[in-house]
Design a protein around this ligand. Structure first.
Ligand code: SF4
Length: 242
């Protein structure tokens, strides 16, 4: 007849458990595990996936999908908050943007910054991009094969960011995004839609620099955007100009 197993002293059991745990921890540290927030990461844990916007940028890579790759300086992907409620879309980079790799720099960019500030936002809290990510030589109009090659990346940017409102800047951006050939004078100030996201077309800041008498119309377009975002409970980072 076998004797029943003897029960161990609870204190001995606890001491044994702590010893096991310490040995396990030492083993993990020797294998390169790091302790984050008090929790050891499991060995071989997969890297967290990149943000959706970074994934779009990674897919674009050193893009050679159209002939603009041969003449561009830098790819101008976009700038701003990856979850911005407000997004601005222009046509294509110009010379300064091509040099610096950032959209809307130079004089037109400075005016856009002022427009954004008047709406109560900052360049960092909105997102700014172009339909084309590379400069057409001599700032010529984008060609249809270039738009076809590049536009999917803008669509993916919009999907990744999920803006509540998109503002298109100038006729070409409105035409390319909204698939229309209506004059900008007919488009501006009226709500349109891109795949379910409200779009407000307005003038390009470069045009406003040449035609300052149209600034009041552009401001009335932007005021509609301010009002729509407010109705939807989206607050700008600063008080908008009235
Ligand atoms: S314009 Fe767009 S599709 Fe063409 S090379 Fe540049 S990133 Fe690629």
């Amino acid at each position: 007849m076998t004797s029943p197993p003897q029960s161990r002293d609870p204190l001995d059991e606890l001491t044994a458990l702590v010893g096991d745990f310490r040995r396990s921890l030492s083993d993990l540290e020797r294998q390169g595990a790091h302790v984050v927030g008090g929790q050891p990461l499991p060995i071989g844990a997969p890297e967290p996936p990149p943000s959706p916007l970074l994934a779009v940028r990674a897919d674009l890579g050193d893009c050679q999908r159209c002939k603009l790759a041969k003449t561009r300086g830098k790819i101008v992907f976009g700038v701003g908050a990856p979850d911005a409620p407000l997004m601005f879309v222009g046509e294509a980079p110009g010379a300064d943007e091509d040099r610096l790799g950032e959209p809307f720099v130079g004089r037109a960019g400075q005016l856009l910054d002022k427009m954004i500030a008047a709406m109560g936002w900052t360049r960092e809290s909105v997102y700014i991009a172009n339909v084309l990510k590379c400069r057409p030589p001599g700032n010529r109009d984008p060609q249809s094969d270039e738009v076809t090659a590049c536009e999917p990346f803008l669509a993916r940017q919009i999907e990744a960011i999920g803006p509540r409102v998109i503002v298109t800047l100038g006729k070409p951006a409105a035409h390319l995004l909204l698939r229309t050939s209506a004059p900008i004078s007919a488009l501006r100030g009226t709500w349109k839609e891109f795949r379910g996201t409200p779009v407000m077309p307005t003038f390009h800041p470069a045009y406003l620099l040449r035609s300052p008498e149209r600034k009041a119309e552009a401001w009335s377009d932007l005021k509609q955007v301010i009002a729509r975002l407010a109705r939807e409970g989206v607050r700008p980072v600063n008080q908008p100009r009235t």
